[in-house]
Design a protein around this ligand. Structure first.
Ligand code: NAD
Ligand code: UDX
Length: 459
């Protein structure tokens, strides 16, 4: 059967860009993205494209070309489910914050709500596609809910995890390394494969069983994050030995068996996926009593927490063991450049630690609002909202953030930071003027020549 109508539940960082790219390449398919968050849907429908809820290079152009032609955003979930032959579930699967598995397992309540919603509404056969990242064997639970709906509707379940990275989502979707489809029914698998085949070469569309597909997503994120923790662990050795982590990364990366990507030492990885998905993997391993496996992967998170903490420890120690009352300017708040997403950003944890040491923080980020910065800190619950407001000011111009600062902490690798007039910035800061470059973004010798006391990662 060729698919004419698609519903995607979840209009987030994955649902929005993914469906926009599918719509662009399949003008004959009508796609409706639905969400319970009415504000988010309104933002997707805003005629001012700068107000889309997600910032991704290239996204607004695709939305402009497809919106209200074959791509629609709606809060009417039931109608979209009813009229679609294929339904993607692309809702959030955060780490559980309560009950069994708290702090480790994936919270599947949103997934289950979607399955129950589909079971209740569907009157015709549906292909249900897991787009969210899910623990291996979740398809079993979804199938059990769908097959007990009391109707004779036939449901096929596919796993089709998403590998896009934020900041490069459109590029990743247009030129994926692979598209992974796990399933049992050839008919369902080929229905989905034919949608991707309109722009993805056939040899990049990989078919597996459902469980391999589900597990591959967690595994891919675990391997990627492991590389960062590995190079970050080496960065600490570099700081004690005068080895340079950039040189080490280049030297090992030229070994084709290792490869050069994802070896950039940093203040620690952030983002909504890596930590959550590794914790989930650890939880799954523990649930099968595979304790050595669980310990092995947990170390990736332990190393990442250590990297964030030692960045702020080093800053405090270098500023003569106290930051109390001192102005620390943070450049960047998002978890990486070219996104407005701040989930699990290292900046949040570094700021929280510095605030506990009574620093005054000034933040500039080109895409993150001051409201979001305050919300991120309030969410940690370390201090009251008033105290966070008092301790952190958010500014619209980077130069405002830097006036009279005792130190600058570079938290995100935004390109614009490289283009600043660092000589002028130097004159505006308290002396000695310290830079803590959590992204190894600036040229060390240039900064030292200007007069800065420059500290980077692993150099
Ligand atoms: P998100 O929080 O940006 O979006 C999820 C959306 O789902 C929200 O807008 C929420 O309101 C909506 N939602 C939740 N329950 C709903 C329900 N019952 N009915 C309708 N809407 C509902 O999340 P995201 O970043 O898009 O991630 C979605 C999934 O994709 C997660 O499982 C994540 O692990 C995975 N993933 C994310 C990325 C990424 O870069 N963000 C990449 C690959 C995979
Ligand atoms: C990740 C995966 O890359 C993607 O395939 C998956 O679908 C979702 O999770 P994302 O979290 O959006 O994507 O961004 P990514 O580029 O992987 O960066 C994650 C974090 O690692 C960022 O904080 C980034 O700054 C950091 N990072 C990345 C490093 O510190 N060093 C590196 O070499 C690469």
């Amino acid at each position: 059967m060729s698919i004419k109508n698609i519903c995607c539940i979840g209009a987030g960082y994955v649902g929005g860009p993914t469906m926009a790219v599918i719509a662009k390449n399949n003008p004959h398919i009508n796609i409706t993205i639905v969400d319970i968050n009415a504000d988010r849907i309104a933002a997707w429908n805003d005629s001012d494209l700068s107000k889309l809820p997600i910032f991704e290079p290239g996204l607004s152009e695709i939305v402009k070309a497809t919106r209200n032609k074959n791509l629609f955003f709606s809060t009417d979930i039931n109608t979209a489910i009813d009229k679609s032959e294929m339904i993607f579930i692309s809702v959030n699967t955060p780490t559980k914050t309560y009950g069994k598995g708290k702090g480790m397992a994936a919270d599947l309540k949103y997934i289950e709500l979607c399955a129950r919603n589909i079971a209740e509404i569907a009157k015709t056969d549906k292909i249900v596609v897991e787009k969210s990242t899910l623990p291996v064997r979740t398809a079993e639970a979804i199938k059990s809910i769908l097959d007990n709906s009391g109707s004779d509707v036939k449901f096929d379940i596919l796993s089709n995890p998403e590998f896009l990275a934020e900041g490069t989502a459109i590029e990743d979707l247009l030129n994926p390394d692979r598209v992974l489809i796990g399933g049992e029914s050839d008919y369902a698998i080929e229905s989905l494969a034919s949608i991707y085949a309109s722009w993805v070469p056939e040899d990049k569309i990989l078919r597996t069983n459902v469980w391999s597909s589900e597990l591959s997503k967690l595994t891919a994120n675990a391997f990627l994050a492991q590389r960062i923790s590995s190079i970050n662990s080496i960065s600490e050795i570099c700081e004690h030995t005068e080895a340079n982590v950039n040189e080490v990364a280049k030297a090992i990366g030229m070994d084709s068996r290792i490869g050069s990507k994802f070896l950039k030492a940093s203040v620690g990885f952030g983002g909504s996926c890596f930590q959550k998905d590794i914790l989930n993997l650890v939880y799954i391993a523990k649930s099968y009593n595979l304790n050595e496996v669980a310990d092995y992967w947990e170390q990736v998170i332990i190393m990442n927490d250590h990297q964030k903490r030692r960045f702020s420890d080093r800053l405090i120690k270098t500023l003569y063991n106290t930051v109390s009352g001192k102005k620390i300017s943070m450049l960047g708040w998002s978890f990486k450049k070219d996104t407005n997403d701040t989930r699990e950003s290292a900046a949040i944890y570094v700021a929280d630690h510095l605030l506990s040491e009574q620093a005054k923080i000034s933040v500039y980020d080109p895409k993150v609002s001051s409201r979001k910065i305050q919300t991120d800190l309030n969410y940690l619950g370390t201090r009251t909202e008033e105290e966070n407001k008092e301790g952190v000011e958010c500014v619209d111009s980077p130069y405002d953030a830097l006036v009279d600062a005792h130190a600058i902490a570079i938290m995100t690798e935004w390109d614009e930071f490289k283009t600043y007039d660092w000589e002028t910035i130097y004159t505006k800061m308290k002396k000695p003027a310290f830079i803590f470059d959590g992204r190894n973004l600036l040229d060390k010798s240039e900064m030292i020549k200007i007069g800065f006391e420059y500290y980077s990662i692993g150099q």
